[in-house]
Design a protein around this ligand. Structure first.
Ligand code: 5GP
Ligand code: MG
Length: 176
């Protein structure tokens, strides 16, 4: 058990399980894109640790860059709209893989995917560390998924509770 701010969390996936899963995901990505010099786009802040481990599991030429999504003032019909900031590369004709920490409703990823597709990449895939299939609210295909989890709140391995708890090597779930 760990304590983050006022809440207690119990371990769900160990560092070992995570690293084993990443090695398999890296092999899947290599099979698909190993000869295509893919560009990874990691979504800050949450994906920074997963992206670092996934990138280091790649033994072929690849690049990485980072983006952020800032919330707009308004909302669209889906209840959420975000603006993409920080993309410093031309992704036209590149094979792109988005790296995300967690897909919950999927709305954040849905908008990001849409924004990147407007720039005409050669292909666009999604890799996420954790995925809550029961929470998904839009048609989103995830190409590489680390762990499927139920609708519970997770922290650790980049995921935060109010900014805290990102540094843990394991993934934890809210205890109550
Ligand atoms: P979505 O748009 O898929 O509903 O939400 C995605 C974002 O919500 C994630 O990038 C993450 O910031 C946050 N989020 C969703 N579920 C969790 C969770 O279980 N733990 C944490 N720490 N953040 C979450
Ligand atoms: Mg995120």
């Amino acid at each position: 058990m760990i304590q983050v701010l006022d809440k207690r969390f119990r371990k769900l996936f160990s560092e070992n399980e995570i690293q084993e899963r990443i090695a398999k995901m890296a092999a899947e990505i290599k099979a698909d894109l190993g000869d295509k010099s893919p560009l990874f786009i990691a979504v800050l802040n949450g994906a920074f640790i997963f992206a670092a481990d996934l990138m280091r599991a790649m033994d072929f030429p690849c690049e990485i860059t980072f983006v952020k999504q800032s919330s707009y003032q308004g909302m669209d019909s889906s209840g959420k709209i975000t603006q993409l900031i920080g993309l410093d590369r031309d992704i036209k004709d590149r094979h792109v893989v988005i790296i995300e920490d967690i897909v919950d409703s999927g709305l954040t990823m849905y908008h990001l995917r849409d924004q990147l597709l407007q720039q005409n990449p050669a292909s666009l895939r999604i890799a996420c560390c954790t995925f809550k299939p029961d929470a998904l609210k839009c048609p989103l295909k995830l190409d590489y998924v680390g762990f499927e989890v139920s609708k519970l709140f997770l922290v650790g391995y980049g995921l935060d509770y109010d900014g805290y708890g990102r540094q843990y090597k394991d993934i934890y779930v809210l205890a109550e």
